[in-house]
Write a protein that binds this ligand. Structure first.
Ligand code: KMH
Ligand code: ZN
Length: 275
């Protein structure tokens, strides 16, 4: 089976230091958390950035400064900026990190009712705008899918050349408003993606390592990190993203999957190898 790509989602836009003090805000904290995840086996850093006071921002300069510091510590890691940003951000704000020509970036393929009146809005035109921009810039999209219908949306956009094959998906499972995280939910998503696609899976909260186990066994890849889950185990807060990546790596080894290096991940994902 192919080696396992571990993605570390180190901060996201929602979780705060009040939830877990390890959530990185400053440039130094962001680089340090990325480094701990990289040392533990992460080949991809899924990157959101914050102001020093913790506000989510998609500002190009903030991304550039964080990426510079991450690169200094993790020279070959794949950096995957979020274009999701935070709920309520404009498309222009969300797309700023694409101007830095990252190897990958997220493409959210649908809207999600996160709770209350909070909607993570991705209209068809927004998805087309973001997808076309990534094709134009040569950025490989990680297609974020929170339910099965978003896979169908991606397939339809692929037929119109908004998304190139082979596609790479991230099954986001167990978030409020999206698909659940049961083995049946996983099988439904896994059986719905086009032949030849690659996929990773992100279990939210308590689902993180069950979903990771399902994906490891199914030949997929895994995403862990404080963006999605602040606990190392029931009631025990993770002290860093590195601890969460270490746990995923242990799980993988026990289940017979070796961990991919960043360049091995590039090979699996069809990205250009870096020397
Ligand atoms: N923070 C969510 C609103 C992505 O990175 O593309 C969007 C998100 C998905 O985290
Ligand atoms: Zn994200």
């Amino acid at each position: 089976m192919t080696k396992l790509i571990i993605t570390a989602a180190i901060s996201g836009a929602e979780v705060t230091k009040e939830h877990n003090s390890a959530v990185p805000y400053t440039i130094e904290e962001t680089a340090s958390e990325a480094f701990m995840a990289y040392k533990a086996g992460a080949s991809i850093i899924h990157l959101h950035v914050r102001t020093d006071s913790g506000e989510p921002t998609q500002e190009k300069l903030r991304f550039a400064n964080c990426i510079k510091e991450i690169r200094a510590l993790c020279p070959d890691v794949i950096i995957q900026p979020s274009t999701g940003g935070a709920v309520g951000m404009s498309n222009e704000e969300r797309m700023q990190p694409l101007q830095l020509f990252p190897e990958m970036a997220t493409l959210d393929c649908g809207s999600v009712n996160f709770g209350g009146d909070e909607v993570f809005l991705n209209t068809e035109n927004t998805i087309k705008e973001f997808a076309a921009k990534m094709v134009a810039l040569g950025v490989k999209p990680e297609i974020e899918v929170f339910d099965k219908g978003m896979i169908d949306t991606a397939i339809a956009l692929g037929k119109k050349n908004f998304i190139e094959a082979p596609m790479h998906f991230n099954f986001v499972m167990g978030v409020n408003g999206g698909i659940g995280a049961s083995p049946l939910d996983f099988a439904f998503m896994y059986s719905s993606i086009p032949q030849g696609s690659t996929f990773t899976a992100s279990g939210i909260g308590r689902h993180q390592f069950n979903v990771a186990a399902l994906s490891i066994v199914a030949g997929g890849h895994v995403r862990v990190g404080l963006e999605d889950n602040i606990y190392l185990s029931r009631g025990v807060l993770a002290r860093s993203n590195g601890e969460l990546v270490e746990k995923a790596a242990r799980l993988a080894k026990e289940l017979g999957r070796e961990i991919a290096t960043p360049n091995e991940a590039r090979q699996i994902l069809g990205l250009r190898i870096v020397s």
